[in-house]
Structures are given as C-alpha cells and as structure tokens.
Design a protein around this ligand. Structure first.
Ligand SMILES: Cc1cc2nc3c(=O)[nH]c(=O)nc-3n(C[C@H](O)[C@H](O)[C@H](O)COP(=O)(O)OP(=O)(O)OC[C@H]3O[C@@H](n4cnc5c(N)ncnc54)[C@H](O)[C@@H]3O)c2cc1C
Length: 294
C-alpha cells in the first residue's frame, strides 16, 4: 500500500468530523486489518510525485487505485487572500490531527457554503468548538442537498441555521480581515437556477468552502479513462487498463460513502484474484468513454 499522507485511513482519518469517528477509530481499524499480515505500507508516497502508474505496473501484477477526491471546488467568485476564508476539508483535517481541538482557531460567526456532508460536519464541529453563530448557506432547496435529511436535522439540533436558495456573491473584508459574505438569492426558473436580484449579507469572521471535492486525474495518467470526471470501471472495478482496478470515491457512479468504498475494495479484490489465477478468463478492460479530462 502506498499513501500520500503520513497516516493511512483517508477521509476516515483526516476528513470526518471528530465527533463522528471518535476514539481513534480509523487507526484501530487499520491496525486490525494489517494484523492479517503480509501487507507492506509506504506512507508519504504520492502517485505522480514519488512514483508513477507505469513504475507500479513494472513491479506488481495488479494495481488498485483508491485515490479518493483530493481536489476542492472554488466558489466561482473573487476570493481575496484573507484570514478566515478556507476549505472546510482542510479545517476538519487540522482539527483531526491537532493534539487538542482548542489549538485550532474557530470564528465567532461562521458561514459554511455548501450542502453536503462536509458542510454539515464543518458547521456542527464549529458549533461544538464554541462558535456563537453558524450558518450553512446552500444555493438550492433542502431536497437537493447531498447531506441526508438526518444530517440536516443533526445540524439544526446543534444550533446550526441552514439558509437555502442563496449563492455566494462577494467576500467582504477590511484590511485583510474577513468581515462577512454577500449572497444573491436564487430560485428555479424553467428548471434553471437563477438569481432573483435580491441580496443579503451575513457577518462572518470565518467562511468555510464546502462546495464539493473533485477527482484529480493527473497522478494516475492518461491510460486510465474517465467518465463524468471520475474513473470509468466495470462493476468489479476494472478500469481501461487490464491490470488496474479502482474503487471508492474516485470511481464513477458511486455514492461517496465509506460502506460503498469498502464494497468496491472487496469486489475488486475478488476480481484481481480471479484475473491472476486465470488470465485467459479475465474481463475486457473498459474501452470507454471519455478522455482524461472529460
Ligand atoms: C466531511 C465528510 C463527512 C463524511 N461523512 C460520511 C459519513 O458519515 N458516512 C459515510 O459513509 N461516508 C462519509 N463521508 C464519505 C467517506 O469519507 C468517503 O466516501 C470515503 O472515505 C471514501 O473512501 P476512499 O478510500 O475512496 O477515499 P479517501 O477516504 O479520500 O482516501 C483516499 C486515499 O488516497 C490517498 N491519495 C490520494 N491521492 C493520492 C496519490 N496521488 N498518491 C497516493 N495516495 C493518494 C489519500 O491520502 C487517502 O488516504 C464523508 C466525507 C466527508 C468529506
């Protein structure tokens, strides 16, 4: 196993709010998994930096890519360099790795922009750390949020306000200090999201971007074909390369959940095992679909 980060565990170690996976859950799970033996771990090794897919294929018979989504979407407006404006995933990662949560500065008035699990985790975490006012702002209605109804309720019962139908317009700052965020009200018109012409401002000394993570294709290289911006595979995880499988969030067509990433890993392991035992019967690689950046 090769992983870019100093610890294994991916988002379960670095990405989920501390209240969700308490008690060093990810490391305990990894310890248990590695106890089956015969697994070599190389941390701090990034595909595309320390090694390439070709160099792996020269050394190993099969490769499984579980690269997750390491790109973060920008707000799509001017984003000045001000303290307090940051990515929600980075805020959570810092908290997860801090010796004490008290070390990580949190604003008094926090605005979180987004509608998924990252937004909910960052908002609830901010409240638990003592922020007085926490507002999630999402550009569509509650049913379009990718955070489940249960998670939306979880945020609300933890004192987080959720404001729907508003899109970020302007970061408001003074002398390099964040002061707030101006939003444009939105609505659906003939199925399209449009701005209504009304605006409002929320005061904030911390604004967290949580508008989605993306698959970054460059490290795996152009041999691995994409669909919808993620890796195209068959149902067993086989990619466009006959000796490369992929699973988890980086694979097209999934639901971005841990339980599904585990299922992908299991199915790919069975498929890899079959392919290695009986190469003649192995499935055809995915001759699809899109170009590298499709
Ligand atoms: C805030 C938040 C809350 C969530 N809450 C839940 C929840 O409650 N329940 C749930 O089921 N799911 C939740 N999820 C989703 C879940 O965390 C992911 O679906 C799951 O972690 C996907 O696993 P993965 O292995 O595909 O990717 P990741 O967990 O992202 O792991 C990818 C790994 O690949 C490594 N890597 C990336 N690029 C390279 C490279 N070039 N070279 C080497 N290594 C590399 C990374 O370091 C990382 O270890 C949440 C996600 C977020 C962001």
């Amino acid at each position: 196993m090769f992983d870019a980060k100093p610890k294994l565990g991916g988002l379960n170690e670095y990405g989920l709010a501390t209240y969700k996976t308490a008690g060093d859950f990810a490391q305990q799970e990894i310890e248990w998994l590695l106890s089956i033996g015969g697994i070599e771990v190389h941390n701090g090794q990034q595909l595309g930096r320390e090694f390439t897919l070709d160099s792996l294929l020269a050394r190993f018979d099969a490769v499984f890519l579980g690269l997750g989504l390491v790109g973060v979407n920008a707000l799509g407006i001017a984003e000045p360099q001000v303290s307090g404006l940051r990515d929600a995933v980075e805020f959570i990662a810092e908290l997860r790795q801090a010796a004490s949560p008290a070390e990580v500065p949190v604003g008094r008035s926090v605005v979180v922009i987004g509608g998924g699990m990252t937004a909910v985790d960052a908002a609830v975490q901010s409240r638990l750390l003592g922020a007085e006012q926490v507002t999630i702002v999402y550009r569509r209605g509650p049913e379009a949020m990718s955070a489940s109804t249960v998670e939306q309720q979880w945020a609300q019962t933890h004192g987080v306000t959720i404001r729907h139908w508003a899109a970020p317009r302007e970061v408001i700052s003074e002398g390099g200090e964040l002061r707030g965020m101006r939003f444009a009200a939105t609505a659906l018109k003939e199925g399209k999201l449009v701005e209504t012409g009304e605006f409002f401002t929320l005061e904030a000394d911390m604004v967290l971007r949580a508008i989605g993570q993306t698959y970054v294709a460059e490290p795996a290289g152009a041999t691995i074909k994409l669909k919808g911006g993620r890796i195209a595979t068959n149902e067993d995880g086989l990619t466009s390369h006959a000796r490369v499988w992929a699973g988890g969030d980086c694979r097209h067509g999934g639901r971005d959940l841990t339980v599904e990433a585990v299922e992908h890993g299991k199915r790919s392991a069975v498929s890899i095992d079959l392919a290695l035992r009986n190469p003649a019967a192995a499935a055809e690689p995915q001759q699809t679909l899109e170009t590298q950046h499709g």
